[in-house]
Design a protein around this ligand. Sequence first.
Ligand SMILES: [Ca+2]
Ligand SMILES: [Ca+2]
Ligand SMILES: [Ca+2]
Ligand SMILES: [Ca+2]
Length: 266
Amino acid sequence: MSIVGAADFNSDGKLDLFSEDVSSGAKTIHFITGSGTSISISNTTVLTSDTSYRMAGVADFNADGKPDLIAEQVTNSSDPLFKTNRQIWYTNGTAVTSKVTFLDFDQEWTIINAGDFDLDGTPDLMVEQFTTGRKGIWYMTSNSIREGFEYVTLQEKWKSRCTGDINKDGNNDALFQDTVSGSIIVLYLGNQDGSLNQWGHKYTYQAVNRNFISAGNPSASTDWKMRGFIDHDNDGKTSILSENTNSGDCAIWSVDSESNLGSLVF
Ligand SMILES: [Ca+2]
Ligand SMILES: [Ca+2]
Ligand SMILES: [Ca+2]
Ligand SMILES: [Ca+2]
């Protein structure tokens, strides 16, 4: 099982987890109950099973209050330029109601996460090329790509994990993990009004926090994969949803202080 993201599928005001089992293709909602430091997963619902598409994120693309799913076609081809379908699967919270293909494009670009980078109310997509380190954003208008561009290239070892506004300046930021040491950096992003910055980019990093979670911190393990920025208890503070891909534990890392993360494992 792999956590894809979190969203409120049953509209009870509490975030639910959404996961995928790549071998069976099962895409499952996990309903969270409890509050504060006492939370657990109460029950699960398999939304759909499909091994031909992997889940790349959860976001509401048609603003109906129901989470929708970002899906990438799975292929056996190792050709980076092999064209694959990228889809949005609309849901009513309990079932997939329709699917729209918004792109048929080189599979070397992988969708990592969704976030509203230009603050127009529509989720945009954080993308990367694993082998080249190129990181980009695909701006979406509803379910079509309006524009795509690259905002940074990092060394290959830095893998995109998730996006969210970690320093609360109104701009989405991006979190990357060193796939060797497990340490985590944050790129604080900005300049999203469409103007060009000094490098001619429309959106770029303004600063980097290289020591967000450093090697030596128990959390800086390659076992932990960050799945999204969430506010699970609606306290206005952003936390990081993380999953230990070795033990299967889920954790919410609260980000009161960037050097001192609280951890709630469930
Ligand atoms: Ca819920
Ligand atoms: Ca929706
Ligand atoms: Ca947007
Ligand atoms: Ca920010």
